[in-house]
Ligand binder design. Sequence first.
Ligand code: GLU
Length: 439
Amino acid sequence: MSVPVRTRFAPSPTGYLHVGGARTALFSYLFARKHGGAFVLRVEDTDEARNTQEAREAIFSGMNWLGLDWDEGEGKGGDYGPYNQSERLAIYDKWFEVLREKGRVYEDGGAWRFRFERKPVVMNDLVCGEVTIDYRDESNTPDMVIRRSDGSYVFHFVNVVDDLEMKISHVIRGEDHLMNTPKHLQLFEALGAPAPLYAHIPLIQNPNGSKMSKRDVGAAVGDYPRQGFVGPAVINFLALLGWSPKSDEEIFTMDELIQRFSLEAVNRAPARFDAEKCAWVNQQHLLRMDAAGFAEAAKPFVVEAGLPTGDGYAAVAGLVREKVRLLSEVPAAIGFLLQDQFDFEPEALEKVRGNATAKDLLAALAADFAKLGDWSADTAKHQIGETAKAAGAKPGQLMFPVRVALSGKSGGPDLGDILGLLGRERCAKRLEDLVAKLA
Ligand code: GLU
């Protein structure tokens, strides 16, 4: 067993990077890294009519964002290039000649067909197990065109030639290619080269069991950054789509995935895409970030919302790290701490209105805050209890109206943290403002 591990991701640049493609890339990447091998990025851009520059760039930027760094291909070079199929015509011609000399192709109306060997072909897929196609039944398996009459080569041929030339040891790809593989095995044999091992990974379905297509929610990797996901979380989520860690753990870093990944643990059954789960995984990754890293990651969203991110921003952002699932939720969660104008959640306001004593309690607290000796989160919080008690109420009856007065919300960071950060004047002012609103 001395064949070096070499895997590849071979996308066609005809649309944006789809989560299914990203997952294929991830599994190929994890397998290569785990075995100290190479991960190749090959662009299958032979369909001139459907290729676009945007799609090429979406592939590269999506993979970069996910942290799927390739060893050979675009921007990296490598010993087996070029890595764009559109630049490999001479290589395809050379191997086509090999087949012609061996009598394995024949002309048919200007196109060239590959002559299948009429025998059963058995493949042992590393995920799907044994699959047999019987080529003795010619009506079911007619010889396939590998070169069109315009001289261009079809997918099966260029895909095989490239895997051969690039010395790919393991082809990991979507199950939609499973039934192509016997054709590919026939080609490898005819070209006189050993075939790689194949692992076909199950398709991704929508929550309702239908096949996930390009237009479905969550399908485009390019949408994830601006929705507030972080790359490591999406990687983690994609890994769980079809791979089982064989334990209750669900949250993994890329390094942990590399250590634990195996093709044996890839499920045979289709994976269900679950957007809620993806957001939950994202939250778990946000919780594992340090405060500074979290603040930095959230910053573009806060800036975009027009909020100030000067001194004190990082401390403010840190207060909501445990309260959000997506970075895009941060501006709404901290706006009231960064500036004085904020909206009231209608339900929170209604709840305060429903509390007959709230207005008087808030007014009393505003007055008591003014009299407080020194201001700190603790003294301010303590005062809430004292003011409530003096009015014959329970502290809890005042806590909620105070929270709503200070933030406009029914939930959020610890009340003491809010009091400490806003300071005496701003707190008193907000209490008075709500009193006026309730009058
Ligand atoms: N270009 C093919 C696709 O995107 C590659 C299939 C393969 O990985 O062999 O489906």
